[in-house]
Design a protein around this ligand. Structure first.
Ligand SMILES: Nc1ncnc2c1ncn2[C@@H]1O[C@H](COP(=O)(O)OP(=O)(O)OP(=O)(O)O)[C@@H](O)[C@H]1O
Ligand SMILES: [Mg+2]
Length: 333
């Protein structure tokens, strides 16, 4: 994600987040953890933590723990010496070393393998690391920023995340509030993205129809700010009016806003992970279960940018079965 600017918003939770970023950025804290549902702005906050610190003249290194294969992670992070293993024909500098004097961002920290969690902890404590194949340790001065869209305590209880690393990270935590709990910030963000897209797409969309403001305030925004950004961009590309109209809003959002079912999202930042909606239980069993299925599937699709294969993996069902459900429920991936 390219650096895009400030954290927009006037809701007290966002004002507080901005204040925290400034305090932490300018402090000596060398570890920070950022919690927030998908699309709430964790990547943006991580970057601001770097930009607003004395470290901003040095590198900001972004490590996506879910994207780098576990077997390559150690040498990616720490580098290696020539001859450390077959194929290591020359020494290589790792990402930690490249971030010296700057910040390193461990996105999706939950995905880091236990062995590497241990190495990371020792690095956090000593600010020293060893290249693969080296006996000597090297000093670095790096700020570690971690992010996760799920509370880590559950992983700690399940034995998947080291408790010592968890406590170490927990010292300075920044929690980003979901968009649906930020009141009218959704409208401020909408204006902000409209300005950006007006210039990017050379358009002149003035404002939004009042009904759209109501929809935006009522909608659950499972994909948070990113979902809003993507929705607006799509409208800029596909619609030709100079105002954003209610009929530009996709039917799945209208259905959710008009129905009174509170959606259920498996990735919710809560310990139990699932909240039922008491209002939808008991009224009509078949409708309630279909709504429930629809919400789970929509959330999985939104989280995976419409990728059916990935969504099916998240839901623990076959791609074929998910396709079938999508057709049955009249959803669009
Ligand atoms: N308060 C905000 N003001 C302006 N832009 C924002 C704000 N919050 C998020 N954004 C923008 O929304 C998009 C999503 O944010 P970001 O990628 O930081 O979310 P994330 O929490 O890292 O998501 P994920 O969990 O999916 O990685 C980005 O384009 C980001 O710049
Ligand atoms: Mg991110």
């Amino acid at each position: 994600m390219a650096y895009q600017g400030d954290l927009v918003g006037e809701h007290e939770s966002i004002v507080e987040t901005r204040r925290l970023i400034m305090r932490v950025a300018q402090s000596k804290a060398n570890t920070v953890v950022i919690y927030g549902e998908t699309g709430t702005g964790k990547g943006l906050v991580a970057r601001l933590l770097h930009e607003q610190s004395e470290r901003s003249n040095n590198e900001f290194i972004d490590v996506n723990c879910a994207a780098i294969p576990a077997n390559l992670m150690e040498s990616e992070l720490f580098g290696f010496e020539k001859g450390a293993f077959t194929g290591a024909q020359a020494k290589k500098t790792g990402l930690v070393e490249a971030a010296d004097g700057g910040s390193i961002f461990f996105d999706e920290i939950r995905e880091l393998e236990p062995v590497l969690q241990a190495k990371l902890l020792s690095l956090l404590d000593s600010q020293e690391f060893r290249r693969v194949g080296s006996v000597k340790s090297k000093k670095v001065d790096v700020r570690f920023i971690a992010a996760t869209n799920k509370i880590l305590s559950g992983e700690v209880r399940a034995g998947k995340f080291r408790d010592d690393l968890y406590y170490r990270l927990q010292v300075v935590a920044i929690n980003i509030t979901p968009l649906r709990e930020r009141g009218d910030d959704v409208l401020l963000l909408c204006e902000y993205f409209m300005r950006r897209f007006n210039s990017r797409y050379e358009r002149n969309i003035r404002d939004i129809e009042p009904a759209v403001a109501d929809i935006f305030r009522a909608y659950y925004w499972p994909g948070n700010v990113r979902e809003l950004e993507n929705l607006l961009e799509r409208i800029f590309i596909l619609e030709s009016e100079d105002q954003i109209l209610a009929r530009h809003i996709p039917p799945r959002i209208m259905r959710e806003v008009e129905g009174d079912a509170r959606p259920v999202y498996p990735e919710d930042l809560s310990d139990d992970g699932l909240h039922g909606n008491p209002r939808s239980i008991g009224s009509d069993f078949y409708k309630a279960t279909a709504d429930f299925q629809r919400q789970l599937i929509e959330k999985a699709l939104a989280t995976n940018n419409g990728n059916v294969t990935k969504a099916s993996q998240m839901l623990g069902m076959s791609r074929h079965a998910l396709r079938h459900q999508i057709n049955k429920l009249n959803l669009t991936p």
